[in-house]
Each structure stands twice: as C-alpha cells, then as structure tokens.
Write a protein that binds this ligand. Structure first.
Ligand code: PPS
Length: 332
C-alpha cells in the first residue's frame, strides 16, 4: 500500500484484493460487488467482456451497431456510447470523494434521461445497465468468476483479448490520463505492477484464462484485437454468425468503415466527448500524449520497452499465458 499510495493518486480510499484470484479493485468495489455479481442477464443480452484496453469500446460499438442500427441510421447512434451500452462495473471507479461527474457530463445526462427518479449514488452505470431497453449490449471489465455463474448459459459474451505489450502501453497511458487512477510513477514501475498482477482489474493472464477455458461454449466468442485490426471484414462476418444478426455484406462493410478508429474518434467528439475538457481526464496528458482514442494500432509497443523490460514481459507471458495454450500476434 505504501508503494501504491506513492505511485497512484486516484485511490484515496485504498484498494481491495480478492481471494481467490488476487483481483485488485478500488475499495468502493465492496459497495457494488454483490449487486454486480447478482446482476441478472437476459437471453437477448450481449456482454462485451475484456481486461482494460483490449478494444472494448471498439467491439461495443460494432456489436451495438450490428444489433441496433446496421443501416447506420439509428436515432440514438450519435449518443455517447456508454449511455446506449453501459459499463456495468464502472461505479466503483466513479465514486470518488469528489463525487459524481458534473451535470453537463454525458454520463450523468444519460443517467438522468434513462433513470429520472433514481439516485445516481446507488450506482450510475449499474442502474443504467438495468434500465436500458432490450436488446442490451453491456460492457464489463470483470472476469467470468466475478459475474453470475449463469451468465454464459443465458446471454452471449464477446470476449476481446489483446497482446500484453500493447495492453501495457495503452493501460499506462489510460492510468496517467484518467483521474480515477492518476498514475504518477514511471513506465518501468507500471510494467512491474503489471507483471506483479497489482494493477486494478488484477491479473491479465487469469482474466484471459477464465475465458479461454470456456472457448468451446456456444455462447462465447473470443476475438483478438490484432485480428480485428488486420481484417475487420472477416471478424465482422464471424460476429454476424455468432450474434445471429443476418446482415448483408454491404451492411457489414458499412459497419467496418463506421467503426474505424478515425470515424469513432470523430463521432465521440461530435457526441460531446471533449477529451481536453472531460472532468475525468488530465488535460495535460491528453494534450501531450493523446486522449482515449490514442493510436488504435497493433504493435505500438515497439520502441517503448527497453530490452530488460521486454524480457520481463516475455518471461511473464511465457509463464502465465503460453502455458495454457494462448498465443498473441504482436503487430507489424
Ligand atoms: S477501456 O478504457 O479499457 O474500455 O479501453 P478499450 O476500449 O478496451 O481500449 C482502448 C484502446 O482501443 C483503441 N480503440 C480502437 N482501436 C482501433 N479501432 C477503433 N475503432 C478503436 N477505438 C478504440 C484505443 O485507441 C485504445 O488503444 P490505444 O493503443 O491506447 O490507442
């Protein structure tokens, strides 16, 4: 905790570590854990499940659009993504001593529209996840073991994995930029937290392993960020089969373009997501190193690791991930 308190300014209430699994969360997880675990999935739900920074938002937009607006003309398409496709476990990150986002924040606006008579302090995203109309597309960064055991037998899950080195680079940026984490240590420190499984959301390898072990379940579709990047048309075809959306080639191609990095970045801005002026973000980091839509590439890790750091991550990957049979592409 001493080390954590020095390097992270975003967890003034401390952290919790769960056993088994050694998952790490901000302390406010305690207040939401039970309700999240008991969150009732429906047959028509699709959960987009990933460890942070693996391509959740991209996949969420693809899945939501395929199911709701394949002709790109849905009246809500321009609304902030998390108000159409809520992030189930976000509340533990939002509830800082500072309170909720300000009234002009797209999240709170979306909440007030969907849940006008509810108290946002009882879980802004949790209540939105309950309130959005079917068919629901719900984002979670939690692993299978922290959600209801009936999840996969009831709803469909699209699980997204990304190579650990790009995850580290992207998560490092995210934790510096995002005030809910406010990481002030070095990149070297961050890599150490990652390989020690000490980052919020816990061991990446176990997160992936829990999904990988269920890979033959008909309600689970595992997607790799690198494959989606290299051949989005092919991955959307596979999703079309998995989601039973029966879209035409022309509709799929339209969605590929619509969900490209540049189009999503531009649309988020048009929907009111001003990253330099977003209460949760550190504007200096956004200006210097980019915002949420940072690079959107695979292989961006190259040039970021010293040979020692690279060896450390390779050793960790070999020990924890290759051992259960998963392999990653590392970009061009
Ligand atoms: S979060 O905050 O954990 O939910 O982030 P997540 O959405 O999982 O991952 C963010 C990274 O995905 C990139 N991104 C995209 N890449 C390609 N195409 C599209 N459309 C797209 N949208 C988001 C985003 O830029 C983050 O990766 P990095 O490497 O940091 O750029």
């Amino acid at each position: 905790m001493e080390r954590q308190n020095q390097d992270w300014k975003g967890y003034p209430n401390g952290l919790v570590r769960l056993t088994p699994g050694r998952w790490v969360f901000p302390k406010n997880y305690k207040y939401f854990a039970d309700r999240i675990y008991k969150f009732q999935p429906r047959k028509t739900d699709v959960f987009v499940m990933t460890y942070p920074k693996c391509g959740t938002t991209w996949t969420q937009e693809i899945v939501w659009t395929m199911r709701n607006g394949p002709d790109l003309n849905h009246p809500q398409a321009m609304e902030f993504l998390l108000t159409r496709s809520p992030f189930l476990d976000m509340d533990m990150l939002l509830h800082k001593p500072k309170g909720l986002p300000p009234l002009n924040d797209p999240l709170l606006k979306g909440f007030l529209k969907l849940c006008p008579f509810k108290n946002p302090f009882n879980g802004l995203m949790l209540q939105m996840s309950e309130a959005i109309p079917d068919p629901r597309t719900i984002k979670t960064h939690l692993p299978f073991s922290l959600l209801t055991p009936s999840l996969l037998d009831t709803a469909k899950v699209v699980y997204v994995a990304r190579n650990p080195k790009d995850v580290i680079v992207s998560y490092h940026h995210h934790c510096r930029m995002n005030r809910v984490h406010d990481f002030v240590g070095s990149f070297e420190d961050f890599v150490q937290y990652f390989v020690d499984d000490d980052l919020v959301y816990g061991p990446y390898w176990l997160h992936v392993k829990e999904a990988w072990e269920k890979r033959d379940h008909p309600n689970l579709h595992i997607l790799f960020y690198e494959d989606l990047k290299a051949n989005p048309s092919e991955e959307l075809r596979k999703l079309n089969t998995f989601l039973e959306t029966n879209l035409t080639e022309a509709q799929l191609e339209g969605i590929v373009k619509y969900t490209s990095f540049n189009e999503m970045k531009a649309r988020a801005k048009a929907a009111g997501f001003n990253e330099e002026n977003f209460d949760l973000f550190n504007a200096d980091v956004v200006r210097k190193d980019g915002g949420f839509f940072r690079k959107g590439e695979s292989g961006d890790w190259k040039g970021r690791f010293t040979p020692e750091l690279e060896a450390k991550v390779d050793k960790w990957t070999q020990k924890n991930m290759t051992s259960f049979g998963i392999d990653f592409k590392y970009g061009v």
